[in-house]
Design a protein around this ligand. Structure first.
Ligand code: HSE
Length: 299
């Protein structure tokens, strides 16, 4: 039977941006915006407090995504705590393409492992990442939330893979967050079953170029972030985002739709002009660094 550590455990986990233009369902980047969660094993019951982003919308029961993820990790360790208390301080906007659900999942599995005595021996990092990606169903946000930085991820057979790649220290980002969410399911529903061979070929070339551009050739970011597979196709669900992305790109700024949208992410450098003035009325705008560190437990 599992034993639990006494006292609360705290984790922080970063926001993430998936796709980055041509890296559909494969590329993900951690950003310097973090949710903080604290959990504790209790004598009984389930108590959930949520502050910040999504506080008015998320359930306070077993269906809460952090709790579901904790339960999955406890089960994988053969543990069933008598009760749980969870506090979430959410900063990552919900339903905007900045990885809030992956952050919740990665935080949940990490909290559960940290609460079980010897948890690291029962679930190593690789197993924890596999579990988190299984829960999310795709790894492109989970991987950078877990490992930090820029991660290329996917599935081979029964396993998820995640490979970290370099990011030039000159690269940073501005995110433009619209006031209303778009469900990933809706955004995915707009994608065609088939794409033209020429588009697939062009997209592959841009994705490869983007790896090199991020690693040390940021002058190529504008060309490298051109996508052929999903951004234009999603315009009906997020016309203002596409309009902003096109306006920024016309001015030479490497702007993309963040994940399934509707946030727009623009790559910038430290000496780049202030882009915050480009945010449409009612949108939030954050200048962020690329976050080298993924989930952090116990600090
Ligand atoms: N890559 C996904 C999509 C979103 O664009 O639908 C993040 O997992």
């Amino acid at each position: 039977m599992a034993t639990y550590i006494s006292g609360p455990v705290r984790v922080t986990v970063p926001a993430t941006s998936a796709n980055l233009g041509p890296g559909f369902d494969a590329f993900g980047l951690a950003l310097s915006m973090r949710d903080t969660l604290v959990a504790e094993v209790a004598d009984g019951g389930l108590r959930i407090e949520v502050r910040g982003a999504g506080a008015d919308d998320v359930p306070r029961d077993e269906s809460h995504l952090v709790v579901r993820s904790m339960r999955a990790a406890f089960a994988a360790m053969g543990a069933e705590p008598p009760g749980l208390a969870l506090r979430c301080n959410n900063v990552i906007p919900h339903g905007r393409g900045l990885g809030s659900s992956s952050a919740a999942i990665v935080a949940g599995v990490s909290l559960a492992r940290a609460l079980v005595a010897g948890g690291q021996l029962l679930l190593d990092d690789e197993a924890l990442f596999q579990l988190a990606a299984d829960i999310e169903g795709h790894p492109d946000n989970v991987a950078p939330a877990f490992y930090g930085g820029f991660v290329i991820s996917g599935r081979e057979g029964d396993e998820w893979y995640a490979v970290s790649a370099g990011v030039d220290p000159r690269v940073s980002a501005v995110v433009f967050v619209p006031p209303t969410p778009v469900e990933t399911k809706v955004a995915r529903g707009l994608l065609p079953d088939l794409v033209a061979h020429a588009d697939a070929a062009a997209n592959s070339g841009r994705a490869a170029l983007l790896v090199a551009a991020l690693a040390g050739r940021p002058e190529h970011l504008l060309v490298a972030t051109r996508d052929y597979l999903h951004q234009e196709q999603r315009e009906p669900a997020m016309p203002e985002s596409l309009a902003l992305m096109h306006a920024l790109r016309a001015d030479g700024v490497a702007a993309v739709i963040s994940g399934a949208g509707p946030t727009v992410l623009a790559f910038t450098g430290r000496s780049a002009p202030d882009l915050t003035t480009r945010a449409p009325q009612g949108w939030a705008c954050h200048a962020l660094d690329i976050e080298p560190t993924g989930v952090v437990v116990g600090e």
